[in-house]
Design a protein around this ligand. Structure first.
Ligand code: HEM
Length: 167
């Protein structure tokens, strides 16, 4: 798979946009800074909703109220992550596109998106979904733990790309 992507990476790295990113010293640190600030926003939102699912934060409020406050932020911020991540790839295509860790991160991201969308959907069809009885509350804690693990693994994989770079 990587053999067929190598010519694409060579072509992408030779485009004027990629040259501009490579030769303008401040662009990559700026993109990385925006990427990191966006990660902080997404992760904080997930943590606050998960703390409510664990009943450690705003336990007097329904899950739906807490989710409605924090989860909608995730979607526009994911677009910022997509835009900054895509520009980082354009600047150094081989670093990510020829790196298995990058694809692991994308699969994990798809899982995080599915779990977050599933949470929003469950609350849209039934606002009491996670509060209804003890078994639902236990499931809520499991879901909260799972989402935090997934987001944590995405952050780890994002950092790990730099240490699994191909030549
Ligand atoms: C939406 C699509 C995304 C794309 C295309 C993308 C792409 C990238 C790229 C290309 C890098 C640079 C890797 C390197 O050269 O070392 C990076 C770094 C990173 N990404 Fe993403 N990313 C995305 C979303 C996310 C998300 C959702 C998270 C976590 C919540 C995340 C966490 C990180 C972290 C922690 C780094 C390392 C930052 C640094 O050390 O400067 N990324 N990402």
């Amino acid at each position: 798979m990587f053999a067929s992507l190598a010519p694409f990476c060579t072509w992408l790295a030779a485009t004027p946009v990629s040259h501009f990113i490579q030769l303008t010293g401040w662009i990559i640190p700026t993109l990385q800074t925006i990427h990191i600030l966006a990660i902080a926003a997404v992760f904080s939102s997930a943590v606050l909703v998960d703390l409510r699912l664990w009943r450690l934060f705003e336990r007097d409020l329904p899950v739906k109220a807490v989710a409605q406050r924090f989860l909608p932020l995730v979607w526009p911020v994911l677009l910022v992550l997509l835009a900054t991540g895509a520009l980082l790839i354009v600047g150094e295509p081989r670093r990510s596109l020829l790196n298995t860790t990058f694809y692991i991160k994308m699969v994990l991201l798809a899982c995080a998106i599915a779990v977050t969308a599933g949470l929003q959907w469950s609350l849209a069809i039934d606002p009491q979904f996670w509060d209804r009885d003890a078994s639902r509350r236990f499931a809520a804690r499991c879901a909260a733990t799972l989402t935090l693990l997934i987001w944590g693994c995405i952050i780890f994989a994002g950092r790990w790309i730099a240490y699994t770079e191909v030549g």
